[in-house]
Design a protein around this ligand. Structure first.
Ligand code: SAH
Ligand code: SF4
Ligand code: F3S
Length: 459
């Protein structure tokens, strides 16, 4: 890699790469991998688009606001490109997949438009774009899996994402993901185990397995057998140095007994699960094509709590799906009150082009959606605060992941994915330590060492 060395001969890059990531964790993972494939070309990450040699917007199409944001951000990048002249601008991710041609028409200064399944081809696209002329568009769903053509990722801290499954065949009526990400694909287990080992060797202690439908995982395991997520998790738990395992995002339909059982007997599996339910009304769940009822969801939660009594749940909710009545909304509120969520993401229904729900009637008026969302968020926020308050006085094993906002402060992650702050030396980053929770801030916890003296710094 002689061409990536600067004039002092030290390893370094000559070109600055700015990546802005919108949307879900899958996009965060993809952005990291795009940086990895561009590194051998001499690109190194920078934190501003100003003066960058290449800007990538890794976009999200899930709701209208997210998609529109891309065009306003492109408006801000245009003068930066005019000022720099040779800046390459690429739009990647789900908006690129869904609206590639529109991006090229609305923002002709964009050099490259690429979908989520083709970024392993970025080096060729960059070479073509750098030659000038026509913009490069690659939003194919190639037959070769991109994972086979990507360099092995390294962890850049004690926590890492590992993509194990992609795409979605479920076609919930409101959702663009099956169109932007394509059909379900599970990576072979051997590749995943290899990637996990590499992440651990480069410093990760906690790995979050990613997939749009991660618990629909059905990858090729040893001797050609198909492995489910439970089996994959059990194999990963055997790896020395992997202290914590999480997975996201799950679908209630794929929450099988084997996976629930793993929560009971794999100690590395954290007692926190994001399990989107969207609505508590059977009528709406059916209209959404979710493939489960409100009672199915309750039963799953019950079984999870039986397997792991300290299991905390998080979920996603949509307010104002077409045809949602006050009664349906009340059903959702009732389910929220019954289950109790320690974290949540809730959204006004956003009609997305090409999805069946966008054409359904009646659509719920904007002000009604907003009012329902407000009520929902009030209750969900109280649940979050109550959970955090109940943590005061308890001692958790916290993985210290980086420096906090204030000098001398570190931030860590509790088993329940809460941010925990402590005054401690940065040499402790990477350690898992028992901390006593002493205070609640808006969305994080304050802690002190659980022992009278700080533990020795772990290697
Ligand atoms: N695969 C996950 C969800 C992925 S999308 C699942 O099946 O649950 C993330 C979240 O965005 C969804 O859970 C849903 O709550 C929200 N969402 C998706 N499409 C939406 C739309 N059209 N309007 C509002 N929220 C939406
Ligand atoms: Fe979208 Fe439904 Fe697939 Fe989740 S399961 S990604 S909500 S279509
Ligand atoms: Fe958005 Fe695509 Fe993720 S639409 S939520 S970035 S899969």
């Amino acid at each position: 890699m002689g061409d990536t060395r600067d004039t002092n001969g030290a390893p370094g890059a000559r070109k600055k790469l700015f990546i802005k990531t919108y949307g879900c964790q899958m996009n965060v993972y993809d952005s990291g991998r795009m940086a990895d494939v561009l590194a051998p070309l001499g690109y190194a990450p920078t934190d501003t688009p100003d003066g960058a040699d290449m800007v990538i917007l890794n976009t999200c199409h899930i709701r209208e606001k997210a998609a529109e944001k891309v065009f306003s951000d492109l408006g801000r990048i245009r003068p930066l490109k005019q000022a720099k002249g040779d800046m390459l601008v690429a739009v990647a991710g789900c908006v690129a997949q869904a609206e590639g041609a529109e991006i090229m028409a609305r923002a002709p200064f964009v050099d490259i438009v690429l979908g989520p399944q083709t970024y392993h081809r970025l080096p060729e696209m960059v070479a073509r774009a750098a030659r000038g002329g026509k913009a490069v568009l690659d939003t194919e769903f190639p037959t070769e899996p991109k994972f086979d053509h990507l360099p092995a990722p390294r962890a850049d801290g004690p926590t890492a994402f590992l993509s194990v499954q992609e795409g979605c065949d479920k076609f919930c009526t409101f959702c663009v993901v099956p169109y932007t990400r394509g059909a379900e694909y599970s990576r072979p287990t051997a590749d995943i185990v290899r990637e996990a080992r590499g992440l651990i060797a480069s410093g990760a202690r906690e790995i979050t397995l990613l997939g749009q439908n991660v618990n629909a995982y059905h990858g090729e395991g040893a001797s050609g057998a198909t492995w489910n997520l439970a089996r994959l998790i059990r194999a990963l738990a055997e790896i020395d140095g992997l202290d914590r395992i999480r997975y996201t995002t799950s679908h209630p339909r794929d929450m099988d007994d084997a996976l629930i059982k793993a929560h009971g007997d794999v100690p590395q599996l954290m007692p926190f699960l994001h399990l989107p339910v969207q609505s508590g009304s059977d009528k709406i769940l059916e209209a959404m094509n979710r493939g489960h009822t409100r009672d199915d969801f309750r039963r799953i939660v019950h079984k999870l709590r039986e397997a792991r009594p300290d299991m905390a749940l998080s979920s996603d909710f949509i307010a104002g799906y077409p045809g949602e009545t006050e009664r349906d909304f009340d059903d959702t509120m009732e389910l929220i009150n019954e289950i109790g969520f320690v974290q949540s993401f809730s959204f006004k229904y956003s009609p997305r082009p090409g999805t069946p729900a966008a054409l359904m009637r009646p659509q719920v008026p904007e002000d009604v959606k907003a009012a329902r969302l407000g009520l929902m968020q009030q209750v969900l926020d109280i649940q979050l605060r109550n959970f955090n308050t109940a943590c005061v006085g308890r001692t958790f094993d916290v993985l210290l992941i980086g420096t906090g906002r204030y000098p001398g402060q570190l931030v860590g992650r509790s088993p329940y994915l809460q941010a925990v702050h402590i005054m401690a030396d940065s040499q402790h980053i990477g350690a898992i330590v028992p901390l006593k929770i002493v205070s609640v801030e808006s969305y994080s916890l304050g802690a002190v060492w659980a022992e009278t003296t700080a533990p020795a710094i772990s290697a």
